[in-house]
Write a new protein. Structure first.
Ligand SMILES: [Fe+2]
Ligand SMILES: [Fe+2]
Length: 298
């Protein structure tokens, strides 16, 4: 089985990872940088360059599942990630993304964390846009490390639930489709949550379910894959955001867009938003579409 290159020794529930060092210093520098760029029109520039129609990528990933039930054949999940609502992304800035997703008619939409940059109320600025994401099975989300700032993530979950977007907090939702079942498992963030409980989250999963795990930080993927699931959807890395020597090391390490971890496929989104600087260099903003396809054997 392959492993995620930047995976460190698991601790706690087996999937937790240590938070990056110098967190407060990083957050302080990020806040100062953001406010400097805001004064220079950073939000307008970023959205024009990366979130306008035709400026972001739609990436299509097929996951082959042996013996897939016809009820799940072709099922498509649209993944948004790392919005980081705040200084560089706000009300109306996701309009083109939402319209692009609507044109693809996915069966489900998921958001894999980092809704905000710094404050929970930033999540409300993009809620009107996100509430327009309609699909037969609904929109589900998990939190990323940024979302725990001030420990107000519960307020984000409440506000989003009122608009039909459900956060899975160490929880599972099962969907019976034909004679098949899709089990969607959502984990709390591996760095910042008070509790990460993979066992509880996977509790309702039954043998034969096609299990998709939403986990913001891909560093836990090896441990999650060891428990057995079809796919893991992550974000967090922004694809390094600025893909230049030396600078790419400033953010979370990026294990790659798609990795095979034995029978489990890890898909890592490069996200839609940014932190610290309104720049993406060599790394497009993106929406990922995961589609299930049956096969006889891997
Ligand atoms: Fe992020
Ligand atoms: Fe993150």
């Amino acid at each position: 089985m392959a492993s995620v290159p930047d995976h460190s020794e698991p601790v706690g529930q087996g999937v937790r990872v240590p938070a990056r060092r110098h967190g407060r210093v990083r957050r302080g520098l990020s806040w100062v940088a953001e406010h400097s760029f805001v004064a220079m029109g950073g939000r307008w520039l970023y959205c024009k360059q990366h979130l306008a129609p035709g400026r972001f990528v739609e990436r299509f990933e097929t996951v082959r599942v042996p013996g897939l039930d016809p009820g799940l054949e072709g099922l498509t999940i649209a993944q948004l990630s790392d919005l980081h609502a705040g200084a560089f992304l706000g009300a109306g800035d996701l309009s083109a993304v939402v319209e692009a997703v609507a044109r693809r008619c996915p069966d489900m939409v998921v958001i894999t964390g980092d809704m905000i940059a710094h404050q929970w109320k930033e999540s409300l600025t993009v809620l009107d846009d996100l509430a327009r994401l309609e699909s037969p099975l609904g929109t589900f989300a998990v939190f990323g490390n940024h979302d725990y700032r001030g420990r107000n993530e519960g307020r984000i979950a409440e506000a989003y639930a009122e608009r039909g977007i459900r956060f899975l907090r160490n929880e599972c939702e099962r969907f019976e489709l034909g004679d098949g079942v899709l089990a969607l498992v959502g984990l709390e963030d591996l760095e910042e949550a008070k509790e990460v409980d993979l066992g509880r989250a996977r509790g309702p999963v039954q043998p034969g379910d096609v299990e998709i795990v939403l986990c913001h930080n891909p560093r836990g993927a090896s441990a999650i894959a060891g428990a057995g699931c079809t796919a893991i959807l992550s974000g967090h890395t922004h694809g390094t955001q600025v893909d230049l020597p030396l600078l790419r090391r400033l953010g979370p390490q990026h294990p790659g867009l798609r990795l095979d971890l034995g029978p489990t496929t890890l898909i890592v989104s490069r996200g839609l938003g940014v932190v610290a600087v309104p720049l993406r260099v060599g790394v497009p903003a993106e929406v990922v579409y995961l589609q299930l396809k049956g096969c006889s054997a891997l």
